[in-house]
Write a protein that binds this ligand. Structure first.
Ligand code: PMP
Length: 442
């Protein structure tokens, strides 16, 4: 078929868009066609300053030449090779580079393709770990309300968003949820970690009292992102860690957002001073240039499962694309940028200015809370009566049309810009957002 015979139609019907109001979008599409540095560009050439690093993921900014070239080079050398009972050097190198920045003692890296796969993989590893130790009664999983761990059956069930579950009937059995840590009456407009809420971790003790030694793992995000930026109260994660250790429960941190410098350290656990047993990551791992996620585990978790098995396959789990050569190449190049440009350090340096700009929105009519840590901020708006989310969605559209990309989740505007951001970008993002909040009717 030559080019002239290819049917040319600009039809939006075929792509069933994820997590979208398909009908609304297709009636008024907002498209992005190019990206570079801190910005996207629409097909018409309008520049859109990226206040969200795509979806919390392009930490080093867009179109990084080093990553592009690494992918191109690898594609020419070897497009694909399996990692089931075979290896290719680049996947091993990528894992070693990731292990250089994971917390000490968490040096084993299992590759997947997304945050959702990382969540389900982490939960399966936790269950396999207990079984390998002869504690096969440990089958219960504990998540947290307003937790987001992707859309696989594990992550959906352990995640704490009712709206994500209600269409899908049966969930994983044996799942409980801790309360979320959002206490607006005590903690509104807290900067960084709020003062109140440590006691909410005690609910885990209640679950242990109820279920005894049948709990396998607790999974939480160090800072919950997708449900509106919930920063853990002081002492809360420390307490969860203590209770888990006391009762032989594994602690899983979902670091899909907080990983790779987002809150000023390599991983959130480092800044928050609490080390989990298993952690998930994705997004910033490849700067989102190629899909990739990973699960890092403590050496103890790894050796219990792997060395505990006399011979044969130790973990009946894996994906065709685990350690995909192109993703591995992108991860290695990203880890090099992460180190050479000290992306966590850049986030740390910019945080005070970003924090002040976010909290300057306090007093803007309709703003009922501002929460932040590292280069993440959530600005909560008073919902429109009877129409939750409508006001924030209008703010999103207004910002976009004014050339700034923000993200909304319910009535919360979330910001998570690339970590290479400079002060003028901060000024423009928050200036445009403030104007939009004032312009959109209550
Ligand atoms: N966990 C967390 C904490 C996330 O924020 C996300 C995505 N926003 C996921 C898991 C799921 O990642 P993915 O969309 O790549 O499956």
């Amino acid at each position: 078929m030559n080019e002239m015979q290819i049917p040319r139609r600009n039809n939006l019907d075929a792509f069933w868009m994820p997590y979208s109001d398909n009908k609304y979008f297709k009636s008024t599409p907002r498209m992005l066609a190019r990206a570079e540095g801190m910005s996207y560009f629409t097909p018409e050439g309008q520049e859109i300053l990226d206040g969200t690093a795509g979806l919390w993921c392009c930490n080093a900014g867009h179109g990084r030449r080093e990553i592009v070239e690494a992918i191109q080079k690898q594609a020419a050398v070897m497009d694909f090779a399996p990692t089931f009972q075979l290896g290719h050097p680049i996947a091993f190198e990528a894992a070693a580079r990731v292990a250089e920045i994971t917390p000490e003692g968490m040096d084993r890296v299992f590759f997947v393709n997304s945050g959702s796969e990382a969540a389900d993989t982490a939960l399966k590893i936790a269950l396999a770990y207990h079984k390998a130790r002869g504690e096969s009664q440990r089958v219960r999983l504990v998540g947290r309300e307003r937790g987001y761990h992707g859309v696989g059956f594990g992550g959906m069930s352990v995640g704490g968003i009712g709206g994500n579950r209600k269409q899908f009937g049966a969930q994983l059995p044996y799942v409980d949820h801790l309360p979320h840590t959002h206490l607006p009456a005590q903690n509104a407009f807290a900067k960084g970690q709020p003062e109140h809420g440590e006691h909410l971790a005690d609910v885990l003790e209640n679950l242990v009292a109820l279920h005894g030694d049948t709990i396998a793992a607790v999974m939480v995000e160090p800072v919950a992102g997708s449900t509106g930026v919930l920063v853990p109260p002081k002492g809360y994660l420390e307490k969860l860690r203590k209770i888990c250790t006391k009762h032989g429960i594994l602690l899983i941190f979902d670091e899909v957002i907080t990983g790779f410098g987002r809150i000023g350290t390599n991983f959130g656990s480092e800044r928050l001073g609490v080390t989990p047993d298993i952690m998930t990551m994705a997004k910033g791992l490849t700067n989102a240039a190629v899909p990739m996620g990973a699960v890092a585990t403590s050496n103890e978790v790894y050796s219990t499962i792997v060395d505990g098995m006399p011979s044969g396959i130790e973990l009946f789990h894996g994906y065709t694309y685990s350690g995909h050569p192109l993703a591995s190449a992108a991860a290695i190049a990203t880890m090099e940028l992460h180190r050479a440009e000290d992306l966590p350090g850049r986030a740390r340096t910019m945080e005070p200015y970003f924090e002040e700009a976010a909290h300057a929105l306090r007093g803007t009519p309709g703003v009922i809370d501002v929460r932040n840590m590292g280069l993440i901020a959530g600005i909560e708006l008073e919902p429109r009566t009877g129409k939750p989310g409508a006001r924030a969605m209008e703010v999103f559209r207004t910002c976009f049309d004014e050339g700034v990309l923000v993200r909304v989740t319910g009535d919360i505007v979330a910001l998570s810009p690339p970590l290479i951001m400079e002060r003028p970008h901060v000024d423009r993002i928050f200036g445009t957002l403030a104007d939009a909040i004032r312009a959109v009717p209550a």
